[in-house]
Design a protein around this ligand. Structure first.
Ligand SMILES: [Zn+2]
Length: 438
């Protein structure tokens, strides 16, 4: 791994630490500790408490004084498209037109492995700059490009779950495959990368609109044959898309059923968007313990709609955050958190009033839960990997002013979501290795 060495000696990080080990929607809240000490050995947090107290227990440890600013858990992005880095920022189109005119022509270029390698490097750099240390990555339609993505993820040390994107209709011809080829190429990629270091495989049909029953059945076979693999796709993003899926499938109850009747919806399933669900679908997602990746800047940029978080909560559906680059407007989960807050506020009575702690939870622990990684990441408690983001704005910047005058930790965190950007994240660690340094 070239992302930075993990020191053999115990390191004692000193600073103000904020995280959400207990879900704020279920009685938890922000855990804020000023002048905390986190002892990190071989990449794992092995002791935590007030700095003086932890220092007293570990006089031999080397102190890393983070001084000003805040230390947060590494951010977790549950829906982000690797081939779309260069497509970010196209405005003024609804989903299906944006795919045809903007996203898919760019995705087709990844057939060229050199092009794919360059994009994979830009993509991982975008994640790291934004403080994202764990991601469920929507891959490419080309196996060589997915291979390049895995190699790049391994090189950076990021925790990445990704796989081959498959489709066999509707899209341009050069992005189509067959059920047999989809299985074989996916199986070969999984054999090469799944379970290697921090990498895992995700079975990834693009969406039901572009995948017939036989292709979805081959996805189900791959999911079953690759133990511990994940399933990800899109669901109920846009009204025109939902209607088109309804017309293409004979005998399916609805969009979600096109996946569910193949056995693709379960605890290791993450479905992006779900802006337009029925109550039946919400009840099924909850019963199957699947996760919805909420992607608020994408939903706003494409005019897809206002996410019904309250209905998801009432049905007990797991929800985490995704940037949905490149329909989303960048890699920042701080920006996604802020946009999620805006959307819920705009929904008035139908929305969920979100606190800063809720936003941090959605951007960290909720993502770790979605990806079955709560034993490793999601908060900065003892036993967790040291995946962390140090927020330290430039002296005199508006965020710096805000943090210096914050009433309390919740207020400071709200300012981070309102004002924070990549430039304010001066340190990012994954498994104890520093992968960003300003
Ligand atoms: Zn997407």
């Amino acid at each position: 791994m070239s992302g930075g060495a993990v020191s053999g000696v115990a390191l004692l990080y000193r600073g103000t630490v904020l995280d959400t080990p207990q879900c704020p929607f279920e009685g938890g809240g922000l855990r804020a500790e000023a002048d905390a000490g986190l002892l990190v050995e071989a990449g794992v947090i092995t002791d935590r408490g007030g700095f003086a107290e932890v220092r007293g227990r570990h006089a031999e440890a080397e102190v890393v004084d983070l001084g000003q600013g805040l230390l947060l858990p590494g951010l977790v992005d549950t829906h982000v498209h690797f081939p779309q880095v260069r497509a970010i920022g196209a405005l003024g189109m609804p989903l299906l037109r944006w795919l045809e005119q903007c996203a898919l022509p760019e995705e087709a270029r990844l057939a060229d492995v050199d092009y794919a390698r360059a994009v994979a490097a830009e993509f991982t750099s975008g994640l790291i700059e934004a403080g994202t240390t764990t991601a469920l990555v929507f891959g490419s339609h080309f196996a060589v490009a997915v291979d390049a993505m895995f190699a790049q993820a391994a090189d950076t040390g990021l925790r990445v779950t990704t796989g081959l994107v498959v489709s066999d209709r509707v899209l341009r011809d050069d992005l189509l495959t067959t059920p047999e080829r989809a299985y074989e190429e996916g199986r070969a990629l999984a054999e090469r990368w799944h379970g290697r270091g921090r990498l895992r495989y995700a079975v990834t049909p693009r969406f039901s609109l572009s995948c017939g029953d036989a292709l979805l059945a081959s996805c189900a076979a791959l999911l079953k044959d690759v133990g511990g693999s994940y399933f990800t796709s899109h669901l109920n993003e846009n009204v025109a898309e939902v209607l088109a899926v309804g017309e293409l499938f004979e005998g399916a109850i609805d969009y979600l059923d096109t996946y569910d009747r193949q056995g693709l919806v379960g605890r290791r399933s993450v479905l992006a968007h779900n802006v337009h669900p029925t109550d039946r679908q919400l009840a099924l997602l909850a019963a199957q313990d699947a996760t919805v990746a909420h992607c608020p800047t994408s939903n706003s940029a494409l005019g897809s709609g206002l996410f019904p978080l309250r209905r998801h909560r009432e049905h007990g559906v797991r929800v985490a955050l995704g940037s949905d680059v490149g329909a989303g407007t960048g890699f920042s989960l701080l920006k996604e958190g802020l946009q999620a807050y805006f959307v819920q506020h705009l929904l008035g009575e139908e929305g969920v009033p979100l606190s800063a702690a809720d936003l941090l939870y959605l951007a960290t622990a909720a993502g770790a839960e979605a990806l079955g990684l709560t034993a490793e990441v999601g908060d900065l408690g003892v036993g967790k990997q040291f995946d962390a983001v140090w927020v330290r704005p430039e002296t005199g910047s508006t965020l710096d002013v805000g943090l210096r005058h914050a009433r309390d930790a919740d207020d400071a965190l709200a300012k981070v979501f309102a004002l924070g950007c990549s430039a304010d994240l001066v340190g990012v660690w994954v498994g104890g290795a520093r992968i960003k340094q300003r």
